[in-house]
Design a binder for this molecule. Structure first.
Ligand SMILES: [Zn+2]
Length: 407
């Protein structure tokens, strides 16, 4: 029998929609990072921003977002306020599947209520893709005709199901959100070829270039973390009725079903053992790593499934003050993540840790080099390198580096 549970619907909030500005506003990332309670998860004062990008159609592939000028790494492309957002309570004692159904229902309801309250918003909602069966409206006239009809809950559900993003809210415990954002919904997916990344701060989504993008190039993001299990990713792509053809996904398909299943079991067992034992069991970490490596021999640089066990192995050494060993694990994590924009936050935290390991080994010049690397990744991830941000992200790291004159 399914357990019961409800989604957090107590914080529904529509508010007035922020005006979209085309001059880059200054967003103070440090003030967005630390909402302390759910009421602070909504911000009506922030302006929305549409940067040098435009939506265009792609022959045979629907629509996409393209740059209108050369973009540099770390540049903000879009800051978008959620049309609707729910915060599924992961502590509820109900199955994962049931939570999925609940959160989709809650989002659909919110979007329906939003159209009732603000009929003008319907043209934005109905502009979004509603899946291969319902498609999307080609012309503004078609959308206008739609807005005078009754609220179309079937289309709204399909729109939510095909466009909603699920992700963690930056700096807010480990809460995840499930929300619908207008402009980001037009950006297409690529796990490996992504040139931008999305981050959720409160009810805002920021889309930022994480590498230089030439004028006219398509902006691509990864909807899911590329190191999620095969089953999770396959399920995600199935639900969205597309197949990713990036090199990582092709490699995964060529691995074959047995290898994929074995890998998923290994990762699942690994997570369970981590959850059961505080700090993890090093022997289990090591055997997981060895077997995961044997499942993709000869291609260590593409074995993104090693990321979590490598982090655990690194921390296991770090906690025992074995900094040289810890550093070698974190360097491997850094190398794996640096090719994947959606994991750039891991590059930031890995470079912090590598710098600390070097400092504690008395290698101050090398530590200073890794502080610079961490700042470069902060720029790609958050668009800023201000010390205040490091103080919030990793206060102990900041204090240690500062005390040694490296900050
Ligand atoms: Zn892919």
């Amino acid at each position: 029998m399914q357990g019961s549970g409800t989604l957090d619907k107590g914080h529904r909030h529509y508010g007035s929609r922020g005006a979209t500005t085309s001059t880059t506003p200054t967003y103070k990332i440090t003030s967005l990072l630390n909402p302390t309670d759910p009421s602070q998860l909504y911000d009506d004062t922030l302006p929305e921003y549409l940067g040098p990008v435009a939506i265009d159609s792609i022959r045979g592939r629907g629509r996409g977002v393209f740059t209108t000028k050369d973009i540099s790494s770390g540049e903000l492309l879009i800051a978008s306020k959620a049309l609707a957002i729910v915060f599924p309570d992961s502590s509820l004692n109900c199955s994962k599947l049931w939570r999925e159904v609940k959160k989709l229902g809650a989002l659909r309801e919110q979007v329906g209520d939003l159209i009732k309250q603000e009929p003008g918003i319907a043209s934005q909602i109905y502009d979004l893709y509603a899946g291969p069966h319902l498609g999307y409206f080609e012309t503004p006239a078609e959308i206008a005709a739609k807005t005078i009809e009754l609220i179309d809950m079937e289309r709204i559900e399909r729109i939510c199901s095909f466009n909603a993003f699920q992700g963690s809210v930056q700096g807010y415990k480990s809460e995840t959100c499930f929300g619908l954002w207008y402009f980001p919904s037009f950006i297409n997916h690529d796990c490996l070829g992504a040139n931008a990344r999305w981050t959720v701060f409160k009810n805002f989504m920021f889309v930022r270039a994480f590498k230089p993008i030439a004028k006219g190039e398509e902006v691509l993001i990864s909807y899911v973390d590329p190191n999620e299990s095969s089953a999770f990713r396959r399920n995600f792509f199935l639900k969205h009725e597309f197949q990713c053809s990036c090199a990582l996904c092709c490699l995964e398909r060529s691995d074959g079903q047995c290898v994929r299943r074995r890998r998923d079991i290994l990762l699942e067992d690994f997570r369970e053992s981590q959850a059961a034992e505080d700090g993890g069991n090093f022997e289990i970490i090591q055997t997981t790593l060895t077997e995961l490596e044997s499942l993709r021999p000869g291609l260590p640089e593409s074995n993104v499934f090693l990321i979590q066990p490598l982090i655990c192995a690194g921390f296991s050494h770090y906690e025992k003050s074995r900094y040289e060993d810890a550093q070698s694990y974190f360097t491997r994590v850094f190398d794996l993540c640096s090719q994947l924009g959606q994991l750039s936050l891991l590059c930031v935290s890995c470079s912090f840790t590598i710098a600390t390991c070097l400092l504690r080994r008395g290698k101050n010049a090398e530590a200073s080099h890794w502080v610079e690397i961490s700042k470069a990744w902060m720029k790609k991830t958050y668009g800023t390198t201000e010390n205040g941000l490091i103080q919030i992200l990793r206060p102990s790291f900041f204090n240690e580096m500062n005390a040694n004159g490296l900050m």
